[in-house]
Design a binder for this molecule. Structure first.
Ligand code: NDP
Ligand code: 8X3
Length: 252
């Protein structure tokens, strides 16, 4: 049966691929992000290609009032959200802690932790009311292991790991599934954002091994929503075959 799926950060990378995967299955989508032109372009493409309904909402997940307004002003027919994918996130900079750039830290914590919390706070009551729903948080291998100069990014993803567990405990009595999907290296806009547009440095991250592509992660996010009502994947780590841990890669 067709569902309504809300995906944050749908303008690129995992979010865009997740949107496309759910569209292929005939589901209706609420897509969010800050780059409005990309959101509108993707929405139009998916509507046309898959004959689905798409609502695009342009806002910054760090802006609590904007998140509240976006969700509270959803038209009635869009309020029955079956799946929330908390995907919007980023790494900014890679410095040792004593040289860290405070603004980079704020951006990561505000987006990866507080943005995810704001979205959850305003969407989960709609699920509680219906006694039904599935929240999928995109964590990271960086939320399982800390690596050199990952400090604050890793901290933000460890927070996602802990918050996911807490959400599951609080929502279990409301029949709401909570899943974390924690990927390793995937070639998206992630490294370009982390290295502030330095394409050479971003490309170097994926040299010598085959990273995942966004569609690999999207397939798994889709998969966790296909299980029977009484079954939930709590936590799923997905890596390139050539990556054994946060820092161990088989490179040629
Ligand atoms: P991308 O940079 O390709 O996509 C990030 C998405 O997040 C964009 O759509 C961006 O949209 C959105 N976003 C970022 N900041 C905000 C904000 N303040 N408000 C709203 N939307 C925002 O990277 P990925 O697809 O790789 O990243 C998606 C998630 O996956 C992140 O949480 C990341 O930490 C995680 N991850 C990535 C891995 C990788 O190797 N690529 C591995 C493990 C986890 P816009 O700019 O339009 O706002
Ligand atoms: C992104 C993966 O290893 O670059 O979360 O932190 S990593």
């Amino acid at each position: 049966m067709k569902k309504t799926i809300l995906i944050t950060g749908a303008t690129s990378g995992f979010g865009k691929a997740i949107a496309t995967r759910f569209a292929m299955d005939g589901n209706d989508l609420i897509l969010t992000g800050r780059r409005e032109a990309l959101l509108l372009e993707l929405s139009a493409e998916l509507r046309k290609k898959y004959k689905i309904e798409v609502l695009s909402l342009c806002f910054d997940v760090r802006d609590m009032e904007a998140v509240e307004l976006a969700i509270s002003s959803l038209p009635e027919e869009w309020k029955e959200i079956d799946v929330l994918v908390n995907n919007a996130g980023l790494a900014v900079g890679m410095n040792p802690i004593h040289e860290g750039i405070i603004d980079d830290w704020e951006r990561m914590i505000d987006t990866n932790v507080k943005g995810l919390l704001y979205m959850t706070r305003f969407v989960s009551p709609l699920m509680v009311e219906r006694k039904k729903g599935h929240i999928i948080n995109i964590g990271s291998v960086a939320g399982k292991e800390v690596y050199p100069m990952g400090n604050v990014y890793c901290g933000s993803k460890f927070a996602v790991d802990a918050i996911t567990k807490g959400m599951r405990i609080d929502l279990v009595s409301h029949n709401i599934k909570v899943t974390q999907v924690a990927p390793g290296a995937a070639d998206t806009e992630f490294s370009l954002v982390r290295f502030k547009g330095d394409k050479k440095r971003a490309d170097a991250v994926y040299k010598g091994f085959q990273p995942m592509v966004a569609e690999d992660v999207a397939e798994v996010v889709f998969y966790v929503t296909t299980l029977p009502d009484h079954v939930n994947i709590n936590d799923l780590v997905i890596m390139p075959t050539a990556q054994a841990s946060a820092v161990n890669f088989f490179k040629v």
